[in-house]
Design a protein around this ligand. Structure first.
Ligand SMILES: [Zn+2]
Length: 40
């Protein structure tokens, strides 16, 4: 099983089915909001 981890706060966002065990980095909704605020 693969895991999607937030690259900012390292929380686990989601899991996905994968033959290999792997980790993907993404952004949780919380950090996504924070970053959008910072862009204004
Ligand atoms: Zn996050």
């Amino acid at each position: 099983m693969g895991t999607i981890i937030c690259q900012i706060c390292t929380n686990t966002i989601d899991h996905f089915e994968n033959e290999k065990v792997s980790t993907l980095y993404g952004q949780c909704t919380c950090c996504d909001k924070k970053q959008k605020k910072a862009y204004k």
